[in-house]
Ligand binder design. Structure first.
Ligand code: PEP
Length: 254
């Protein structure tokens, strides 16, 4: 079946790698993408803040896009240790992940905070990758759809569109564990997300807005997960740190 949305493969490097590691990984990806001059997918890497500048230089002129893993909701000010969306735009970022479950857990980020961050990203002219997903206990209690629905409603920025938002469905229990939902379970959640997006932004816009799956995507399960009708690519953690694995995942979208 032909895709109606161009897949996006996003690499979340998390808190991994010093400058030399990030640059080496970026160069490997640039070499791989050069072998496919007109890739049928978009690809973005989201390195740690400290490495963004050097990775940006390494991928300059290639189809690879630069992203970040978080930002502050404010444009500037007295927020020691934080980074604004405008600062990320200034370094060449085009995407910012907001509401990743590790931030929701480690930093207690609420849907309202995630929404404020997503609005800051959109306000800076960038695209927010808004993460949502249920915990294992919520899934076991049969609450997956209700949790995802509530998180989506609470986290989407006011002016969401296909041009400035990507949604990433990431079951918390699947992240970094090697476990994934069954393909039909993933499709069920993605179809729900698409239906709720239609309520929020209109059916036409929802039909264009990309919804990624994330959580233990590897080269050997990527095709089954990423070829589902409402799955428009992946948010990849561990496997994005190995250029060949990340590339193999991207190629499985073709
Ligand atoms: C993630 O952290 O967004 C993620 C999907 O991680 P992993 O691919 O390692 O499960």
């Amino acid at each position: 079946m032909a895709r109606t949305r161009r897949p996006l493969i996003a690499g979340n490097w998390k808190m991994n790698g010093l400058c030399a590691d990030g640059v080496a990984l970026a160069r490997e990806l640039v070499a791989l993408i050069k072998g496919r001059p007109k890739p049928a997918f978009d690809m973005v890497v989201c390195p740690p803040f400290t490495v963004i500048g050097e990775v940006g230089k390494a991928i300059a002129g290639s189809p690879l896009a630069l992203g970040a893993q978080d930002c502050h909701a404010a444009a500037k000010g007295a927020h020691t240790g934080d980074i604004s969306a405008a600062m990320l735009a200034d370094r060449g970022c085009r995407f910012v992940i907001v509401g990743h479950s590790e931030r929701r857990t480690d930093h207690g980020e609420t849907d309202a905070e995630v929404k404020a961050k997503a609005e800051a990203v959109v306000g800076a002219g960038l695209t927010a990758i808004v993460c949502i997903g249920e915990t294992e206990s919520q899934r076991d209690a049969g609450k997956t759809l209700a949790v995802v629905k509530a998180q989506l409603a609470g986290s989407l920025p006011a002016k969401a569109s296909a041009a400035n938002v990507v949604v990433a469905y990431e079951p918390v229990w699947a992240i970094g564990t090697g476990r994934t939902p069954a393909a039909d379970e993933v499709q069920e959640v993605h179809a729900l997300i698409r239906a709720r997006l239609a309520d929020a932004v209109g059916a036409g816009e929802a039909a264009r807005l990309r919804v990624l799956y994330g959580g233990s995507v590897k080269p050997d399960n990527a095709r089954a997960l990423l070829s589902l009708p409402d799955v428009d690519g992946g948010l990849i953690g561990g496997a994005s740190l190995k250029s060949r694995d990340f590339w193999a995942i991207a190629e499985s979208c073709l």
